[in-house]
Design a protein around this ligand. Structure first.
Ligand code: AMP
Length: 337
């Protein structure tokens, strides 16, 4: 077996022979991301290489926290092919490290937001905003039609190439819809920001649905318009008994803008585990149109946002409906890319 492995490994081209590492991009709990150029294709195509390091030496290496996550990302990426999703070019194994080679994207939504907030000090122009949202929805609609949930959509995970093509990245938390579900932040030991978390999860729902990704898209639209997170709640931490806390501050941030949810429009609400905690929060009237005032959003755009931020997950706009919304049909028409 050892001999077989040695022969097999020597037949493989090392990562460094196939790619020139141009620089370091970022590091996470699992390892590092590098910018690289292919030595193979002659065109100097750029790639992002994610290196998952093993935790310790041994016959069976383990990988920090993300073994499951990496495996999921690999498995899902193999099946996924869409212009608005980051493509996985190949997976390499070398000296017990896993290397995932992705197509490279220069920018992300968070950079666009920062650039407009601190550099230009003006909002994202409406045609660009529409184009980015349309492409994002196009990618999400593809995932959803393939029965895949992203579960962690946020500006930092949505990449943009130098040509302006939106590419959804970080499918590490994505999973097939029918898989059994666990709470996100605890089961996987992955910290997930609560700012994009849908109200049904905040109210204690234990099942993820496609509607959860659509809520996050509504929050991202709000962030692109106001250049800051729309619902920037402070996260309540686990108590000493590791009980999952009610995210009160996050819920307050939402109800201050959208009003206190009305059980007649969200019938499941009364039976949700955190309903009593919600009932203790001061009551607010819906105020999204007021929140939108002064921002570059037409009445159709306000309606679009309101439908993505529908409390009731069963009536919330889905990705397909969102793509057909009249906001995308009225002037200014989204730019091509
Ligand atoms: P991730 O572990 O997927 O969240 O990646 C960590 C960071 O690496 C991201 O925030 C990006 O800055 C960068 N990154 C990930 N994938 C790519 C890619 N395909 N192209 C360029 N940068 C990437």
């Amino acid at each position: 077996m050892r001999l077989y492995r040695a022969q097999r490994d020597s037949a493989r081209k090392p990562v460094n022979a196939k790619y020139a590492i141009l620089g370091f991009i970022s590091s996470g709990t699992y390892g590092r991301v590098y910018k690289a150029m292919s030595r193979d294709d002659g065109e100097g195509q750029l790639y992002a290489i994610k290196k998952f390091k093993p935790d310790k030496e041994g016959e069976m290496p383990t990988y920090t926290g993300v073994t499951q996550s990496a495996a999921r990302e690999i498995a899902l990426n193999r099946e996924i092919k869409h212009e608005n999703i980051i493509a996985l070019r190949e997976v390499m194994l070398e000296e017990k490290s896993i290397y995932m080679v992705f197509e490279y994207a220069e920018h992300d939504f968070l950079q666009v937001i920062h650039h407009h907030a601190t550099g230009l000090i003006r909002s994202v122009p409406a045609p660009v905003l529409k184009s980015l949202m349309f492409q994002l929805l196009n990618g999400v609609q593809y995932l959803h039609s393939s029965h895949i949930l992203h579960r962690d959509l946020k500006p930092a995970n949505i990449l943009i190439t130098s040509k302006g093509v939106v590419k959804i990245g970080d499918l590490g938390l994505a999973r097939l819809v029918q898989n059994p579900l666990q709470p996100l932040s605890y089961g996987d030991k992955v910290v997930v920001t609560i700012w994009y978390r849908a109200p049904e999860l905040l109210m204690g729902a234990r099942h993820y649905t496609k509607a959860i990704d659509c809520w996050a898209i509504g929050c991202i639209l709000g962030e692109m318009l106001s250049l800051r997170p729309m619902f920037k709640g402070e996260e309540a931490k686990l108590d000493s008994k590791k009980n999952v806390p009610f995210q009160r501050d996050q819920v307050v941030k939402i109800v201050e803008v959208l009003g206190t949810p009305d059980p007649s429009r969200w019938p499941g609400l009364l039976h949700m585990p955190e309903y009593q905690n919600l009932a203790r929060i001061e009551r607010y009237k819906p105020a999204l149109p007021a929140w939108c005032r002064g921002k570059a959003l037409s009445p159709a755009g306000v309606e679009f946002m309101n439908q993505l931020l529908d409390y009731n997950p069963t009536t919330r706009l889905n990705a397909r409906e969102a793509l057909q919304h009249r906001w995308f049909q009225e002037d200014p028409i989204p730019t091509a890319k």
